[in-house]
Design a protein. Structure first.
Length: 81
């Protein structure tokens, strides 16, 4: 967390300007404002549709791997999240 202290012989207006600039540059104000409203989640219909399309894509990729059109993926080289 960034801390702001008033410098010696610094006017309050200059300190306020420096504080506001630092707050904007840190991105904390933007993050707080974006969390103000909760984003609506996917509906059950959208979740089912997403699951079906991902299954189709996965099956298509597996088929292409089996016939040799796509290279095999090594499980060890995947990035872990």
């Amino acid at each position: 967390m960034t801390q702001f202290k008033r410098k010696k012989n610094e006017s309050f207006e200059a300190f306020l300007r420096r504080f506001n600039k630092g707050l904007k540059q840190s991105g904390r104000l933007y993050a707080a404002k974006s969390k103000k409203y909760l984003a609506r989640g996917k509906t059950k219909r959208e979740q089912k549709q997403y699951a079906l399309t991902s299954l189709k894509i996965r099956a298509k990729k597996e088929y292409l791997r089996k016939i040799g059109k796509l290279p095999e993926e090594n499980e060890g080289f995947r990035k872990k999240r």
